[in-house]
Design a protein around this ligand. Structure first.
Ligand code: IPD
Ligand code: CA
Ligand code: CA
Length: 262
């Protein structure tokens, strides 16, 4: 994937799939309703018929393009890539399933393509709002057809930060201090929607523990816009494991790394 034209071609193709799938997601729900079940015996960890159907649609499309494709998908059914060598596709077929089930708002479809461990392209579609964020370092970042401006650096006191509510409430370091020092904090219930706030400039940092499929697309897009995407110890995320990750402007990153050390 060395040429910019080839990457742009893939962006256009996948963006088309995801826009269609977003429309189908709403139609299928209206037509057939939701069949909701728990995963791993956890009442908060939900999966629906639509999560499963969306994942299958995307996997089938990628396999038609590359029968040897490797995947890291949230839902069961597809073997998980064991290494980041070569091309790896990440799929979160509905991010914010609890929001999807309980409120029917603030949920996203997310997908990303990495090559040899580096993000190439990411897609996050805010389904109810019909806003697709897509692109990467080599193509620039877009909201639907509109190119997004690179971010302006801001310090914590001038910023809105988004955090994982549960980690804030249980007092995990540095959630409380970060939320207190910021201009305001938010808890949104969807990693994908949280990322879109950063891209739109209405928030400047997001701190959470994320699985690979929660992080992959957002990382590709955030790095393309100039955000730092790092673990709290300053290392780069391991895309095959969960990471306690901070996505933020450079200034906020410096402040939080210091906060964690002190
Ligand atoms: C979840 C959401 C949530 C985040 C969790 C994720 P899911 O994804 O993004 O905001 O805090 O860590 O698992 O399960 O709805 O795809
Ligand atoms: Ca999901
Ligand atoms: Ca998710």
């Amino acid at each position: 994937l060395s040429s910019q034209e080839k990457i742009k071609e893939i962006d256009d193709l996948v963006s088309g799939w995801i826009k269609t799938l977003a429309v189908q997601t709403k139609e299928q729900r209206a037509k057939h309703g939701l069949k909701v079940s728990n995963k791993d015996g956890d009442h908060r960890n939900l999966v629906t018929n639509i999560d499963r159907a969306n994942q299958k649609v995307l996997i089938d499309k990628i396999l038609a393009l590359d029968p040897d494709a490797h995947f890291v998908c949230e839902e069961a059914g597809e073997a998980r890539a064991q290494s980041m060598d070569g091309q790896v596709w990440f799929i979160d077929p509905i991010d914010g399933t609890l929001n999807f089930v309980l409120e029917n708002r603030d949920y996203a479809i997310m997908m990303a393509l990495y090559e040899d461990g580096e993000p190439v392209l990411g897609w996050i579609c805010d389904v109810p709002a019909a806003r697709l964020f897509h692109g990467g370092q080599k193509t620039g970042i877009y909201e639907n057809e509109r190119a997004l401006e690179p971010l302006t650096d801001k310090t914590l006191t001038d910023s809105v930060v988004i955090v994982s509510g549960r980690r804030l409430v249980v007092g995990e370091k540095p959630y409380g201090e970060l939320a207190q020092r910021a201009c305001a904090f938010r808890v949104l219930g969807s990693a994908g929607i949280s990322f879109t706030r950063l891209f739109a400039g209405s928030a400047q940092a997001y701190l959470s523990k994320l699985s690979p499929w929660d992080l992959a697309a957002g990382r590709a897009l955030a790095e393309g816009m100039g955000y730092q995407v790092k673990n709290l110890d300053g290392t780069s995320p391991n895309m095959l494991l969960s990471n306690s990750v901070l996505i933020a402007t450079s200034s906020i990153h410096r402040e939080v790394v210091k906060m964690v050390k002190d």
